[in-house]
Design a binder for this molecule. Structure first.
Ligand code: DX5
Ligand code: ZN
Length: 215
């Protein structure tokens, strides 16, 4: 299981200490929640913050765009060194723009991910199963850390896993929101490959929490 701690929940008054812990933990990715105050009612990081993390962290930089203009911000964060760019299907106008943005991300040498909110019909992903390297299932409403896991996510993971297997896609399934040891186990059993965790990792012993999710 890949674990992607979300630095949304990092204690920025103890940044150095927590980053040192992350670097000796089993975390393979760092999850970077970009919020623009429009797509979600919260505002987070710009590209310079990502550049700073890249200098001091060894992990893959996993950027989750919660913005109304993913095509613009994908370029901004690719320039800053993102390894993975995931954007929301709800922010896109039509199918061809989604294919085009995935292609642009790939041309820049990064991996492309597509995400959807808990209330969005899973079937909207069907035309894109072969275009993306990962699908991010939100298990909370995007915008804030520390919310409770929505159990429906388990069934959504299982259904998506079966669609990916049928199409022969090797895309990863990532789950984001309310992940702890118990909900992480549920996601693993349902077929998830990557667990994002914010509060659970940064409000506990970082190394132990990451290990409990990595399995
Ligand atoms: C929520 C973000 C998450 C958030 C998860 O919109 O996408 O990545 O950091 O935080 P926890 O793990 O606390 O639910
Ligand atoms: Zn996220």
């Amino acid at each position: 299981m890949i674990v992607a701690p979300s630095v949304l929940s990092l204690d920025y008054s103890r940044m150095k200490e927590q980053v040192d812990e992350l670097n000796v933990s089993a975390a393979e990715w760092i999850h970077f929640d970009v919020m623009d105050g429009h797509f979600v009612p919260n505002l987070t990081f710009g590209p310079d913050i990502l550049k700073g993390f890249k200098k001091i962290c060894r992990q893959t930089m996993d950027v989750h765009l919660m913005v109304t203009d993913p095509a613009f911000f994908a370029g901004v964060f690719l320039n800053a060194g993102a390894d993975i760019i995931t954007f929301h299907i709800e922010a896109m106008d039509n199918e061809s723009d989604i294919h085009a943005l995935a292609a642009m991300i790939h041309e820049r040498g990064a991996k492309a991910g597509l995400s959807l909110k808990p209330g969005t019909d899973l079937a909207v992903l069907k035309p894109f199963l072969k275009d993306f390297d990962l699908f991010l299932i939100m298990s909370v409403e995007p915008g804030f850390g520390g919310q409770a896991f929505m159990p429906d996510a388990g069934e959504r993971i299982m259904i998506l896993r079966s669609w990916l297997d049928l199409t022969g896609s090797r895309a990863l399934i990532e789950v984001d929101g309310g992940i702890n040891e118990e909900t992480g186990r549920l996601c693993r059993q349902a077929g998830a490959d990557v667990l994002v965790a914010g509060s659970y990792v940064f409000k506990n012993d970082i190394r132990k929490a990451v290990s409990s999710l990595a399995g």
